[in-house]
Write a protein that binds this ligand. Structure first.
Ligand code: MTE
Length: 319
């Protein structure tokens, strides 16, 4: 495979946090102190659990939230990763067959810098930070996760998308030998997801490489997965091997498999139900099955930051 060198990242290209000045996050940062100081206990649990190598990162208090993070065991033991089976415990049981090194990512389409890059080239220039994000699955359960990673925009800008790049698509590895779930046609493999370019460049969009300060376990999408905290979890493609910039809106796996049920946008929206269940409330994993459901928040609680992206868009049609 040709090995291309990526140009080094320039500090001017790194998403400027100074443009990301939102009262809500500052407020959340202040309130979030409680959550952050509550973290060491959970971190000790994480350290006790078998996990990947410890990562060097800084904690970004701006993305701390009041909700208590889920435990390492919950985050890595209750997953959706159909490449390893359709039950929630299948990924943790079966994802050991995935080899995450060597790993490469092919970048193509409407960008000035394209080619195949090693995971080392991809990760090297990016300082890692921890952000505690809400994670809301379309199936109406949720978690709170201390992810480690870096802004998605910082990576995408290194490829110099052209003015025709209106969308960006992420594709998961296709290898039925390593991913036994792909031997059955449960989905149209490989798993593909896409974003409008302005969504992908939004400061909340996060490229994830770790959880609880440790390298991401395979079942959570090692070595690299995205997380879009204002969208249903299925937008967050795991174990990415391809990034493609395009002028036209790409098809996304779940919308292909059930177009009446899953759309392109997948913004968390309590007032637009799934055809088979309500999205008005959610069950927080770890609360016990009979624990009271909690109300789902518009854009998963990130409305102040992201609502502007969708001005003039009919969210009922564009679900
Ligand atoms: N990515 C791939 N490749 N395959 C999948 O089945 N499931 C999605 C998303 N990314 C999925 C995927 C769904 S439905 C959710 S809710 C999240 O991953 C779950 O992420 P987690 O297991 O880390 O909580």
């Amino acid at each position: 495979m040709p090995r291309l060198k990526l140009p080094p990242i320039r500090s001017s290209e790194i998403t400027a946090e100074r443009f990301f000045h939102m009262r809500r996050e500052v407020l959340a940062g202040a309130l979030g102190l409680a959550a952050v100081t509550a973290l060491p206990r959970a971190s000790r649990a994480a350290a006790a659990a078998p996990g990947g190598a410890a990562l060097k990162y800084t904690r970004n208090a701006r993305y701390a939230i009041v909700d208590k993070p889920n435990s390492y065991e919950e985050i890595t033991g209750y997953n959706n990763f159909y490449e390893f089976g359709v039950d929630k415990t299948d990924p943790a049981a079966n994802a050991g067959s995935l080899r995450t090194r060597p790993w490469s990512i092919t970048v193509g389409g409407e960008a000035g810098v394209t080619g195949t890059f090693t995971i080392e080239d991809i990760l090297k220039p990016h300082p890692l930070e921890e952000r505690i994000y809400r994670h809301r699955c379309v199936e109406a359960w949720s978690m709170v996760i201390p992810w480690v990673g870096f802004p998605l925009a910082d990576l995408l800008q290194r490829f110099k998308p052209t003015s025709r790049a209106k969308f960006v698509e992420f594709t998961t590895l296709l290898d039925p030998k390593q991913m036994p779930g792909q031997r059955r046609a449960v989905l149209d493999w490989p798993y593909r997801e896409a974003l409008r370019i302005d969504e992908a460049m939004h400061p909340l969009a996060f490229m994830v490489t770790g959880v609880y300060g440790r390298e991401l376990p395979n079942q959570n999408g090692a070595p690299l997965r995205v997380h879009l905290p204002w969208k249903y979890g299925f937008k967050s493609a795991k174990s990415i091997v391809k990034i493609r910039f395009s002028e036209r809106q790409p098809a996304n796996t779940w919308a292909v498999s059930a177009p009446g049920e899953y759309g392109f946008y997948a913004n968390v929206n309590p007032s637009v139900d799934h055809p088979r269940w309500s999205q008005a409330t959610e069950r927080r994993i770890g609360g016990g099955f009979f624990a009271a459901r909690q109300p789902t928040l518009m854009f998963n609680g990130y409305a102040d930051q992201v609502a502007g992206l969708y001005q003039g868009l009919d969210l009922r049609r564009n679900f």
